[in-house]
Write a protein that binds this ligand. Structure first.
Ligand SMILES: Nc1ncnc2c1ncn2[C@@H]1O[C@H](COP(=O)(O)OP(=O)(O)OP(=O)(O)O)[C@@H](O)[C@H]1O
Length: 305
């Protein structure tokens, strides 16, 4: 059974098509990244999964339940870290988790939940005095109440320092190892690259890619980036190199040529570059998820322009 399945999902707000004919399947046990530029439709999709808003058309199944007619059952088995969250300044961390336990009607040790997200030491302090990272972990502890089968995290690493972001990754992996499917949206590509089994990229409401990160690398011409040091580098050299067969793009980056290769042989490209300006050194770097994201989300804009 899929953890999440949308078919023909569409949501319009007046003239704005926030989500357009989205078909998406997230398998049970996956860590799945949901990416897209600002306004792409990520939060709208998440809100529909949780029945906070209703779709214009299409169907959504979450953990085998229809998200609209069985929203209660979905929420009972799902933990959510919302995009915009707030804590109650005058309540302690423990009281927050006790409240979540009561809402879900489950009996668990609140401090054990706080311990899973590393804020047990502050269990009896008022949340008003928590740092941003501690608040986020507190909300995550509330999301973990009842051992959810699905965790939906909207931008879980926003505002976290590098240590906090690393801890968030560890918590995501730990929860996944307990059997929880993780569906999360993020603009922080390193974070997604580090933990996700698969990612979907949406752009202006439409699904533009869904695959493993390696799969995305293979599917684009931006799979690898070639850095070349040449004896003399100026705009004329860059332009000449950009015009070579097999070169997708050429930029000057930190005193080197930064090239994307459009299929074909890297060595043939290097030989041609050498004829324009003597090659001193080169290195090949696998494209980052960020390169791929830019490629997928700007390509469609260029086509439409
Ligand atoms: N309640 C609403 N009324 C009108 N338009 C809305 C509403 N909610 C979202 N939209 C529009 O739908 C589109 C998708 O918005 P959404 O918030 O889902 O994007 P997002 O991918 O989550 O963006 P971000 O990364 O900036 O959070 C945007 O054009 C947005 O302006």
């Amino acid at each position: 059974m899929a953890a999440i399945e949308t078919r023909g999902l569409t949501k319009r707000f007046g003239d704005v098509v926030a989500v357009s004919d989205l078909d998406l399947v997230v398998e049970e046990g996956e860590i799945f990244g949901f990416l897209g530029p600002n306004g792409a439709g990520k939060s709208t999709t998440i809100d529909i999964l949780l029945d906070f808003i209703r779709p214009t058309s299409g169907t959504v199944t979450v953990l085998g339940h229809d998200a609209q007619s069985e929203g209660r059952a979905v929420r009972q088995r799902t933990g959510v870290l919302p995009d915009a969250y707030h804590v109650y300044d005058r309540l302690t961390g423990r009281q927050h988790v006790e409240f979540a336990l009561e809402m879900k009607g489950v009996d668990e040790d609140p401090v054990a939940l706080l311990d899973r997200v590393n804020v047990a030491d502050a269990a009896d302090r008022k949340a008003g005095g928590y740092s941003k990272g501690m608040r986020q972990r507190l909300i995550l502890a509330m999301a973990l109440v009842g051992d959810p089968d699905l965790l939906v995290l909207d931008e879980p690493s926003t505002g976290l320092d590098p240590n906090g972001a690393r801890e968030m990754r560890e918590i995501i992996r730990e929860e996944n190892a307990r059997g929880t499917t993780i569906f999360f949206s993020s603009h922080i590509m390193e974070q997604v690259e580090a933990v996700c089994d698969r990612v979907a990229i949406i752009d202006r409401g439409e699904l533009v890619a869904v695959d493993t990160i390696d799969g995305l690398r293979h599917a684009t011409e931006t799979g690898e980036t070639l850095y070349v040091s040449v004896t003399e580098l100026d705009e004329g050299v860059r332009e000449a190199v950009a015009g070579l067969d097999g070169v997708g793009s050429a930029a000057i980056d930190d005193g080197q040529l930064r090239l994307t290769i459009t299929g074909g042989s890297k060595f043939a490209v290097l030989e041609s570059v050498d004829e324009i300006a003597a090659v001193q050194d080169f290195s090949v770097i696998e494209s980052s998820l960020e390169d791929l994201f830019v490629r997928y989300t700007t390509e469609t804009q260029e086509v439409d322009a």
